[in-house]
Design a protein around this ligand. Sequence first.
Ligand code: FAD
Length: 328
Amino acid sequence: MTSPTETDVDLLIIGAGPAGLYGAYYAGFRGFSVAIMDSLIEPGGQVAAMYPEKDIFDVAGFPVIKGQHLVDNLVEQAGQFHPTYLLGHRAEEMDLFDDRVEVTSHKGATVTCKAVVITGGIGTFTPRPLPDADDWEGRGLQYFVPKLDVMADKDVLIVGGGDSAFDWALNLRGIARSLTIVHRRDRFRAHETTVKEVMASDVEVLTFHEVARINGAEHIESVEVFDNRTDERRTIPCQAVVAALGFTADLGPLKKWGLEQDKRQIVVDTAMQTNLHRVFAAGDITTYDGKVKLISVGFGEAATAVNNAVPLIDPDQGVFPGHSSDRK
Ligand SMILES: Cc1cc2nc3c(=O)[nH]c(=O)nc-3n(C[C@H](O)[C@H](O)[C@H](O)COP(=O)(O)OP(=O)(O)OC[C@H]3O[C@@H](n4cnc5c(N)ncnc54)[C@H](O)[C@@H]3O)c2cc1C
């Protein structure tokens, strides 16, 4: 998707996670033009990038919903108002003026707007790399599993001992031909019940093992692992490696924008207003007394942020949006 280099909208949302997407809906509902910028190339934030196939049980109104399904619904809900997406653009600079804000991405796209809502979550997140394996990315090595069916009939080796590693293993049962988890210790950070479920399944779990090297020609064909206590080696045939070693998250450029921060979060008041005029924030990126980082909380904060930005965008309109059920 190509992005415009200059965009003029009423509201800019930085971060296309659940909070940002829901904020975009509200901006449209209030009759405003909106742009959404995200450094990732797909909308959905942590949900789409880290657990698209997981069931989520605590989104209001949905007893259970898959991560990607929730994201698709949010995109559709916001889509009624035709937001402009700038995906693959990291917000790099922000300039404040009396009557507007200008935000420029690392690719040089500039958005001029009357207010900004920052929904940057945990910042731009990048997976911790599997050492010496760069060359294999796109040739069988993955850090996310955006679609489970790409693993169909493959022998899959998962590296890691946290929730992601164990969740992928459970989700890929019945899809992958075989599953092996390789972890360098015998203790896991994953949830105890998930670990028990995996241990009771046909997933092979190799503790005290690490990846020595990946073998193959065009594509991964096998992985050599070693026991880090004895140095004993074995080769596991596999066509896919999922490196689930966690993520590093960084607020990056947002740190330099003069926003009041507390422990890598943006301090907001009850209107989700930051210390900067015309700049609001919502979702995981905000902090205040009693903050709970959940999707449902982010939704509420996004609605509060956008509606409180409304009088700055159009002084003739108030904060309260009216009821959507009154819409004709
Ligand atoms: C494995 C896992 C399971 C979870 N399960 C649940 C659950 O069951 N229920 C629940 O409520 N919560 C769950 N969460 C937490 C939930 O995903 C987060 O609370 C939610 O994603 C926060 O939404 P957000 O929109 O605030 O931020 P995010 O989802 O983090 O999205 C922020 C977006 O901002 C972008 N961004 C950051 N900085 C910039 C920048 N400078 N320029 C452009 N874009 C930028 C990022 O790329 C990202 O796409 C889970 C999290 C994980 C990791």
